[in-house]
Design a binder for this molecule. Structure first.
Ligand SMILES: *[C@@H]1O[C@H](CO)[C@@H](O)[C@H](O)[C@H]1NC(C)=O
Length: 250
């Protein structure tokens, strides 16, 4: 077989693999490979994980999986009763966890002045922080031309600037420890454009810009960054989305 035929054959195989496997998978090939052959979740046992946006959806269910695997958790969001509910569910799922292993820390991520006291209270209580999960955020349904600039500002504040401010604070600590892991809930809308969510897409693209730059600046450091890019999910995430107008939810 000559070179061109080999390249042609490999192209066909590559295309077939990428056409066939997605029918059986709930994620891309790279993630599926790591899920099957990578480190098991149980290797996270005893890690201290701070989840921002832990009261519902992805954050809530991530808390359950991490609790089952013996992580210590700090659950943050605005709604205390919801966080207490998530905490109780976590404790039910792993009888080895004690109540003091799961901390409810009420926080509005937009309240930047609260970041440092919140972070300090975690270090005082748990002695360390291994993983920060930036999962808070709100989506949008609006026509591009109707979005008021005040909505763009509000959304960038909640979905971009607030998690970035918190990450900068935590980054300094991670650098000092020469260890740490940022997990960021992005979206499929952080990779390709999704209609009727212009600001939301821009928010997610911006997050990729910020964290990819951090990734380059920390090549010589022991810092991991994971951008999670889920597609459509069964959560109540769209129950309260931004629209084009301020003070309106769809
Ligand atoms: C890198 O970080 C991991 C935890 O994220 C830690 O287990 C490991 O010891 C660190 N490596 C170095 C060289 O500091």
């Amino acid at each position: 077989m000559d070179l061109i035929a080999i390249v042609g054959l490999m192209t066909i195989i590559y295309t077939l693999v990428y056409m066939i496997f997605p029918w059986f998978l709930d994620c891309d090939l790279n993630l599926a490979f790591h899920e099957r052959f990578g480190k098991p979740i149980s290797s996270l046992k005893d890690k201290v994980v701070w989840i921002i946006g832990a009261s519902s959806g992805i954050g809530e269910h991530l808390a359950y999986v991490l609790a089952e695997n013996g992580c210590k958790l700090i659950l943050s969001a605005r709604r205390e009763t919801e966080l207490e509910r998530v905490k109780n569910n976590c404790l039910q799922r792993n009888a080895n966890l004690k109540s003091c292993d799961i901390e409810v820390l009420v926080l509005d991520i937009r309240d930047l002045d609260k970041h440092e006291p919140a972070f300090n209270s975690i270090i005082a209580k748990f002695g360390k922080l291994d993983i920060l999960v930036n999962n808070a955020g709100q989506s949008q349904r609006a026509l591009w031309e109707n979005i008021e600039i005040s909505v763009d500002r509000e959304m960038f504040d909640l979905n971009v600037f607030s998690p970035i401010a918190l990450s900068r604070l935590v980054a300094k600590y991670f650098f000092k420890m020469n260890a740490g892991h940022f997990v960021v809930t992005s979206s499929i809308a952080g990779i390709i454009e999704v209609p009727f969510s212009a600001t939301y897409c821009a928010n997610k693209f911006a997050l990729h810009g910020y964290y990819k730059t951090l990734g380059i600046e920390t090549l010589d450091k022991n810092i991991s960054i994971t951008m999670a890019c889920p597609g459509p999910l069964y959560t109540d995430f769209l129950a309260k989305a931004f629209t084009g107008k301020s003070n309106e939810v769809s």
